[in-house]
Ligand binder design. Structure first.
Ligand SMILES: Nc1ncnc2c1ncn2[C@@H]1O[C@H](COP(=O)(O)OP(=O)(O)O)[C@@H](O)[C@H]1O
Ligand SMILES: [Mg+2]
Length: 398
């Protein structure tokens, strides 16, 4: 378990919007550079985990690092926090170098709050004891703890012990403890992984709001693409030891850098086509391209997300292409329907249908694509270039 950060200078107020208990004004230097990691390398024995990670998180942004289990997310966070030293590379905050070949600023001096994966609370300390662990005994300490608990929605629970709290409340305590050091940066390691699905969405929103109110820059790591897309301003996908793409959630989902990433951040139907400027001709018809022009007569791979496939029950139901239902997966809020079409794609396609449409296996339907689609130029045959990597990311998605 990483040790909680020791007390740090209190010359910096929480942030705009914090209560009156906070110390004076925000006078710490907030350089525009934010948090940067440059060419970070880390190996354990001969296992190279990080192989040149580059990441820039602007001040005040909430970033998510998305990667499969074992992809090095925790290793990256521990390096940023100062618990681990990189073999090579630079970590800087606000233009000040924390780590490089010659420097290593100790964790407790970084003013970085760290929320470890789980089970990080001291079981023998009360909630207040846990939150105040890194705070010096001084005047105003009790008020500060009370304010932190209020910030994470746990007012009045300071006397309880961790075992008397729900999983979501325990995570909030861990966050309050991280915020107690008035961090410039908050690092969160899969903080919601152990929570029930029902609880996760609310705790997630509350944690995000509390971090933002504190004014800190945040980096959350997760293997859960829903979580990354829903919580962050900025998502960095880590794959094979490097950051494969950094983008807003919308751009990452809509315009992933390659087909492999498309499948990592959601369900992806990949069909072949020929581009002509801002459109592409495909077995599903002429489709509008979402990211500007492509050269004419180029072979492209087109990404159609399941919610872009509109399904009409019955053949000949308006414009579109005939398809046959293979199976339907019911998810309550929507259903995922697997369909095969003549010649459109080798494997079944997936459509997301909302509401109570019942589509039995074997039913014939009409499908069409709604809205612009993303595409990648296909490399010439025999050239397995970077556009279409052959390998799956190591370790699957879990
Ligand atoms: N202290 C360590 N010693 C040896 N191997 C480690 C150590 N920490 C992590 N690893 C290995 O590095 C890889 C990445 O681990 P980790 O950063 O925990 O991944 P993630 O958090 O993405 O699941 C894993 O294969 C893990 O076993
Ligand atoms: Mg981890």
């Amino acid at each position: 378990m990483p040790e909680p950060d020791a007390p740090v200078a209190t010359d910096r107020g929480g942030a705009a919007g914090a209560s009156a208990a906070r110390p004076a004004a925000l006078d710490g230097p907030t350089a525009p550079e934010g948090l940067t990691a440059t060419d970070l390398h880390k190996a354990f024995g001969d296992h190279a985990v990080l192989r040149g990670v580059d990441l820039t998180v602007p001040d005040g942004a909430f970033a998510a690092v998305l990667g499969a289990s074992g992809s090095g997310k925790t290793t990256l966070l521990r390096i940023l926090a100062g618990f681990e030293r990189p073999d090579r590379g630079v970590v800087a905050v606000g233009g000040v170098i924390l780590d490089d070949d010659h420097h290593h600023l100790r964790a407790e001096r970084r003013r970085i709050g760290y929320v470890p994966q789980e089970g990080s609370l001291f079981p023998h300390l009360t909630v207040a004891g846990n939150v105040g662990f890194g705070l010096r005994a001084r005047e105003g300490r009790e008020e500060e703890i009370a304010e932190l608990l209020e910030r994470v929605g746990l007012s009045g629970l300071g006397h309880r012990y961790p075992h008397q709290l729900s999983g979501g409340q325990q995570q909030r305590v861990a966050l309050a403890r991280a915020l107690a050091v008035r961090p410039r940066i908050v690092l969160l390691d899969e903080p919601f992984a152990s929570l029930d699905a029902g609880l996760r969405a609310t705790v997630r929103a509350d944690v995000r709001a509390a971090v933002q109110r504190s004014g800190a820059t945040a980096v959350l790591v997760t293997h859960d693409q829903d979580e990354a897309l829903s919580i962050a301003d900025l998502v960095a996908v880590i794959r094979d030891g490097v950051v494969a793409q950094v983008a807003s959630p919308r751009d990452l989902y809509g315009s992933p850098a390659d087909p492999d990433l498309a499948g990592f951040v959601g369900e992806a139907n990949l069909i072949e086509g020929i581009s002509y400027g801002s459109t592409a001709e495909t077995p599903l018809g002429w489709l509008e391209l979402r990211d500007g022009h492509r050269p004419a007569r180029q072979q492209v791979t087109v990404l159609v997300r399941p919610e872009q496939l509109r399904v009409t029950p019955s053949e000949g139901g308006g414009p579109g292409v005939a398809a046959r239902v293979v199976e339907t997966g019911f998810h309550g809020h929507d259903s995922l329907v697997r369909l095969v079409t003549e010649g459109a794609a080798a494997s079944p396609m997936v459509a997301r249908v909302v509401g109570g449409m019942r589509l039995a296996p074997g039913a014939t339907v009409t499908i069409r694509v709604a809205g612009p689609v993303h595409c990648w130029l296909r490399p010439p045959v025999g050239d397995a270039g970077p556009e279409v990597p052959a390998a799956e990311p190591e370790g699957g998605r879990g």
